[in-house]
Design a protein around this ligand. Sequence first.
Ligand code: FES
Length: 551
Amino acid sequence: MATITHEGESRNLHKGRTIFDYADELAVQVPTSCGRSGICHECIVEVTNGIQALNAKTDSESFLRDDFRLACQAQVERKDIDIGFSTLRRTPKILTQTKETRTEIDPVVTRRGNTILYDGEEVDSFRGHIYGIAIDLGTTTIVMDLIDLETGETLRTSAFENPQRFGGSDVMHRISYDGQYPGELRKAVVNALNHEIEELGHQLGFVRQEVYEIVVAGNSTMRDILFRLNVQSIGQKPYRSLIEQEQLDGKRGSTTLLAKARRLGIRANPQTRVYGLPLIGSHVGGDVAADLLSIDMPSQKEAIMLVDVGTNTEVVVGHAGRLVCASCPAGPAFEGGLITYGMPGYEGAIESVSIENGQFLFKTIGDIKPVGICGSGLIDVLAELRRSGQMTPKGVFSEKRRQLSLVPESGITLSREDASNLAQAKAANFCGQFIVMRNFGIEPLDIHKLYLAGGFANYVDVRNAVNIGFLAPVPFDRIEKVGNASIEGSRKILLSRRKRAQIESLVENIEHIELETTSDFFEIFVEGCQFKQMPTEFKKLGAQEPIGFHG
Ligand code: FES
């Protein structure tokens, strides 16, 4: 008999039963607040195989595309096909680590005796704790730090997948989805945040009313969706959020947002405020502003480069006196999307690889049987295939094979098409770093420090990343992995008014460039598609006469 499977656990199929029924049996937690009636839209699951064995989508599921279903609506109709499903709350390994540094403690929320004050205004009586939450609201992953605002201590860090996955894997798809089904993406993320706050409360013994401030660092789209803003303008030239446009029109002083949590649907204290970090420009959002605070940009005298790797990679080059930035639409390939055996950094993902004497050696997250390959593993695979002569810089496999078998016993392969998708994602990263450096008037060897942040960056083998041109050839000892710099920056903002003011003024002076408008963008992109090191002298790339750099 065919079965239904969730993370390796299976049950026999019975006609008429819903995925929610099976989730109960398999002890899989699926969120719900409507009694399984199709109204709350919280029980979204991804059907990973066998979707044809289920009933057709019901009216309540008309907002869902592809293989996403509501667990309460998806019923087994055929018993001859195996079904697999996963929830939208898988916990990735990536992103939870930060380079936590000491911060002064001077939060907006304070206590005078038994009175809690928000910016000097009475908001509540002391209930036992004064907590705040810092959130890194990523397109793929959400990280939350629960922080004691009196001691500055991080009490718990939680990381989970952004449940908006059903609206597409990158910001452009999310924007178009939000245009078609307004409010669904916001609801999904708010539900996930509420669920997490409640869970933390149970685990650590506090009530949600003791959370008085929430700081959110997100790219322009993620942030504005949460703040109930229309994000359509971010998806069309000149890719500006309504807030950025209002600032440019002189209608507001800054792109920072502040709203009551209650208005956004977040369950905390009735007086809780949500602070959205200021945007830098276009797609470069508050997450990068938080990164800059985390690496103490306001005090950097020498030229540095920040590369925050993700579905959209952001690059910032400069020093406290002048900063240039760009956003590179790398797409989801290095996060596992578009790659046959690609996957995010969950258990079972191959995270590091070497090829020795023709043998493919690897390590998986959790040291279990390999299921697929995550970003750091993919960078290693590409670099090792190049080093061992099994792939040309153009991504052609030896003997012109269409596919390489990486782990035969698990059936894990890498196809030509996978290599080509990775080449394009890498080229976006390459273009961003190259064009921003050139615009600033600097070459890789002039970079005093390269800070590598975000996503899977902490697990990346820097040497391999440089060898395939994923990272600029800055000397290895000047490359520093800073983990999830965005959550660290948000934490600082939650704890310090001075830092808040500092970042608000720093972002005002960052020059933002649109990569595609660079006249030789196409040539640079083509060069960036090759799996080889970026030149250290830019004229070798046939670049335009550069602005003020030597060589
Ligand atoms: S449980 Fe509410 S929509 Fe399925």
